[in-house]
Unconditional design. Sequence first.
Length: 206
Amino acid sequence: MTSDELPGMAAAFRRGADEASAALAKWLGRPVTLAVQRLEAVPLTTAAAALGSGAEPVCGCAMGISGAIGGVLLLAAADQDALALADTLIERPPGTSTSWNEIERSALIETANIVGCSYLNVVCNMLVPERAEGILPSPPLFLRDFPAALMEAMLLELPSPAETVLLARTAFAVDATAVRCGLLFLPDAESLARLRDAADGPRSRP
């Protein structure tokens, strides 16, 4: 994917962030801001480094995608950032949680489910509207490991991954608490080709 193709994809990801913000605010009953700061096309061979330095574990939720678009979507953050987000979601002061228990995992999984579905719906409606009804996301899976191991786990879900990974660097704020996270989309080769063909003229349904 070239830099000329990124604006169309970035517009879809920004719209997805708006939809996810509204859905999360409704679910939580509190102000939520989810904003894409930058969309990057990252070579598959260096994608693990985009998740972190490798010296510290990364936490996230992975959602498998099949149908109109195939791949894996990962909402990921540094371990401490993700714990702070979990505290905020369950209305505790950031720093309360020091490990991943069931309540923290459940909060992050439900958030990833809402964010992932919002992004997928918007991206498909804008870029491949004729196939948007056929998206089949799987329930998110909680993952915590070093970046290289996370990428390996994602690749095991794809028999033919594309050579490019899309990374949306994202600012996520609930109430006044902000965390840094990334939304990483690893498409299969066929889906990346379809999105690349559509990216020069993103469309939306009337």
